[in-house]
Design a protein around this ligand. Structure first.
Ligand code: ADP
Ligand code: MG
Length: 269
């Protein structure tokens, strides 16, 4: 017998969806150097999960594995419940694999520390490039979306400028617009503010906060503890390739349990 849902439960309890990204027992080595030693974490839809930890703890490697920029040796990476981990061997060689790579990089769009804009293209062309040439979306539709996202990050008037004419903060906002123009299911940020002068950091922080407020799913690697505390639903502290401690930001930052996290937080304060 099936219970008939009450009108209340129908509106307040949607079916449980798989997390946008789930990482299970992930192991990754570069040659004999084991960088990730069994990491488990998940970013449910609409949640912001921040990754913090010392330089070399494996944060970038973890993001790069999600985005299929790196292979890994053991464990799993699921995108909306589907296993997508790159197990090594020829990922870019076969058309089916290439299609998979494009699909995952489109859906888990990454923003890098160093912006990585094409210097020979205008800002508008940079934002339009992948949706038009990689995804084959109609140019006029993409242009409208690109202008919308550039407006959203506050640099709509810079459409025709080249990256070199922009400040670092403006370039990073262009890179965020470029990621948004892929219409991704989640955004992966790898230290998006750490290449910026302190006064330019805040303009990027404001954009990231606005994206968090509109309910975007994000995996955010950051050295900015205030940003992590402000936007995260969950914070993960990585130490030498393992999760040393994790929890809601107020608990993690307010009452760290391990000496390692306490030391890390006092060093970054
Ligand atoms: P984080 O982003 O936390 O600073 P990374 O993920 O960049 O850390 O690096 C973790 C470890 O892996 C470091 O010891 C780094 O030197 C090493 N590493 C990163 N990329 C490579 C690579 N392509 N080849 C070899 N070792 C690497
Ligand atoms: Mg890094």
């Amino acid at each position: 017998m099936t219970a008939r849902p009450s009108p209340d439960s129908r509106t307040t309890a949607p079916p449980v969806a798989a997390p946008v990204i789930e990482i299970r027992n992930l192991h990754k080595s570069y040659g004999s150097l084991e960088v990730l030693k069994g990491v488990d974490m998940a970013a449910p839809r609409g949640h912001v999960v921040s990754l913090i930890g010392s330089s070399g703890s494996g944060k970038s490697t973890l993001l790069r594995c999600c985005n299929l920029l790196e292979d890994s040796q053991e464990g799993d990476i699921l995108f909306e419940g589907e296993s997508v981990r790159w197990k090594g061997e020829g990922l870019n060689r076969h058309p089916a694999d290439r299609a998979q790579v494009i699909r995952i990089r489109t859906n888990l769009s990454m923003v890098f520390q160093q912006f990585n804009l094409w210097s020979h293209m205008t800002i508008l062309q940079n934002v339009m490039e992948a949706p038009v040439t990689v995804l084959g979306r109609p140019r006029d539709e993409v242009e409208a979306a690109a202008r919308k996202y550039l407006d959203k990050v506050g640099i709509g008037e810079k459409c025709d400028a080249y990256p070199a004419m922009l400040s670092g903060g403006q370039q990073q906002r262009a890179a965020i617009a470029r990621a948004l123009c892929m219409e991704p299911r989640a955004l992966l940020f790898d230290e998006p503010t750490s290449a910026l002068d302190p006064e330019l950091e805040q303009e990027v922080v404001r954009v990231i906060k606005a994206l968090a407020e509109e309910g975007r799913t994000m995996l955010l690697v950051t050295h900015d503890m205030r940003l992590a505390a402000d936007v995260s639903d969950h914070v993960v502290f990585l130490h030498q390739g393992r999760i040393e401690e994790e929890g809601p930001p107020d608990v993690l930052f307010g009452s760290p349990k391990t000496d390692r996290l306490r030391q890390f937080l006092s060093a970054t304060a």
